[in-house]
Design a binder for this molecule. Sequence first.
Ligand code: SF4
Length: 381
Amino acid sequence: MESFGIYVHIPFCRRKCFYCDFPSYAGAESWMSRYREALCREIAAQGSRCLGTARTVYIGGGTPTALAADDLLAVICALCESFRLTGEEEFTVEANPGTVDAKLLERLREAGVNRLSFGVQSFSDALLSAIGRIHTAREAEDAVRMAQKAGFRVSLDLMYGLPGQALADLKDSVARAAALGIGHISIYGLAVEDGTPFACMEEAGRLHLPTDDECGDMYDYITAELPHLGYRRYEISNYAKAGEESRHNLAYWQDVPYIGLGAAAHSYWHGRRMENEKGLCRYIACIEAGLSAAREEAPCSRENHIEEFAFLALRTADGIDKKRFRGTFASDVHEVYGEVIALLQAAGLVEETAVSIRLTEQGMKFGNRVFEAFLLERDET
Ligand code: SF4
C-alpha cells in the first residue's frame, strides 16, 4: 500500500498581509463553522477511499490558528478518524504568532500535532507593521517559546527584500531566530504579486524596496550565515538542523503522492493533478450538495511529469536521483537531458555525483535559469 501526504487548507486570516496573494480571506468569520463542516465531510469522504498510510499531515493556509480552537480541533479529529495515521507521522500546523495561546498549543499537542510552522517574517516591529502583520516581534518570540515548552518541533518563516529593510535588520532577525534554538528556518525573498496592496503601492510609486544589490547582499548573508549557525540548506529556501527537515515538503519535492483537502487545495494522486474549488462559497456549496470539489488540472503528459520531477528535485540539495529517474521514466536522465546537463555543468550551475545531478551554489542562486533549461522541447505538429 502506498504512503502519501495530506494537506489541509484553512482559507482564513485575521487580516491580509500587504504582500500576500495566497487563497485566504480576512473578515470571513461568519463562514468558519460552515467551512469546518464541509471540510470534515470532505475529509471523511476522501479518507474512506485511501487505504495507504499517511506519512505526513500539514494543515496550512491562510492561518489555521485563526479558526476557533474547537473548529481546528474538530478538523484534526476528523483526520484522525478518517485516515490511517500511526502516531509516527510528522503532523504540522501553520500558525500566526498573533493567534496562539498556551491552552490552544496544549490542545494541539494532545491531539497529535507535533510540529508548528510560524509565519514570523521579521523580528523588527517597524517592518512587521510595514508589511501588515498582526503580531509584534516579542509576541513571535513568546509564541515560539510557548510552542517549545509544549513539546513541538518549530519552524519559522522569515523574509528578505522587504520595503525599508536593511541588511542589519535581516542580520538581527536571523540571529534572533537562531537564538530561539528552533530546528528549521524557511526564508523567502519578497515578490510583489499582482492584486496585492504592495502591487498598488508599487504602481503609485509608494513602495520603496531595497535595490537588487542590497537584496543580493541579503541573499549572500543568508546562504553563508545559516549554515554557519548549524542550519543545512536542504532546499533553495529551506534550512534545517540535522533531522529537522520538513518531511512533508521533502515528499512534494520527491514526487510522493498527496491529497489536498479544503478550498483551493491541490492533490497529486496516481499521476493525476487535481485542484479543489478555489472560492470559499463555491467549495462549501459543492460539498453541501454532495458533489466533489476537485477538478482535474490539464492531464499530465510524460513530458510534464519529467519536467516537474526535474524542477522539484533540483530545488533540493540532493538534486535529481539518477536511479529514481530511471525507475520512474524507464530512461536514463542523460538520454533526456544530456545536452542541458553538459551546458549547465560548463556554466558552473549544476554538478554530477555518482548518484545525482544537483545545483551548485551558483545554480541555487540562479535557479530560474536552470529550471528554464530543463523545459523540454515539444513537437508542435
Ligand atoms: S497570515 Fe499568511 S496567509 Fe494570511 S494574509 Fe498573511 S501571509 Fe497571507
